[in-house]
Ligand binder design. Sequence first.
Ligand code: SF4
Ligand code: MG
Length: 320
Amino acid sequence: MNNLLEIKGLKKYFPIKSGGFGRTTRFVKAVDDVSFEVKEGETLGIVGESGCGKSTTGRSIIQLIEPSEGTVLFQGKDMTKLKGGELRAMRRDLQIIFQDPYASLNPRMTVGAILEEPLIIHGLGSAAERKQRVLEILNIVGLTPHHYNRYPHEFSGGQRQRIGIARALITRPKLIVADEPVSALDVSIQSQILNLMKELQEQFKLTYIFISHDLSVVRHISDRVGVMYLGRLVELADKHELYSNPQHPYTQALLSAVPHPDPRKTPERIILTGDVPSPANPPSGCAFHTRCSACMDICKTERPQMKKTKDGHAVACHLY
Ligand code: SF4
Ligand code: MG
């Protein structure tokens, strides 16, 4: 499979306001030197606790926020270098689904108007063609033509996420970043939405970056999974490999908290001690060293780089 997306050395630092003149500005290193590739047609899951930088990574990729450094090659073009019309044209191919569909849908617009908006922005089709396209997409995501004139508040959470998906899909993008798309939904609705996303992927040859704090959800939908901790990617592997043979001590701890379908196979729970350090002041060396039971001297001073440990598996840890 070809790479649709190649991210190299991605950083997003947010300055922290500090009072007075002459003080050095400090930064929250929300994303700190992250590199990975996304293959055409795959789902890459990105997991980690809240605040690990996974949403910021997703938003930096589609240029919803401007990265501080690094390159985002989409079909060979560096998204970070594009401006104005060129960037707008590329955006048609990269869309996002948000966690809370209600907050991201304008309450004063009908569903028809919400779904038509991206087509207008991208200058796609005549008014009649746009309406036709909106009606088609409603059907594709499991809604009906008589939802066209309704308002977001008239829908359930699951239906609202279907509208969010329809809005992302309507420009026929190649890549969709889904940021916690089912986290706000009841468990019974979650699998409906995940299954819908899988069907749409087949039908429209979509590539997904699926961001979630929920390891079970990510396991269900992803082909490969990346694990982030404090703004860094610490492990990346094929799904089955990651879940059966986690190598990074942080991944091992995360997975030990997820019950295995077969209770005899649930690993012994690894309890992480200490709080997640502040991304404004991350530990030196390996950012995980303050909580790692395998910590060695080198871990405190040298930042481990991602290394391939076998085919389809890479980890950033001095143990390997
Ligand atoms: Fe633990 Fe060291 Fe590996 Fe970091 S590099 S995860 S501190 S063993
Ligand atoms: Mg988030």
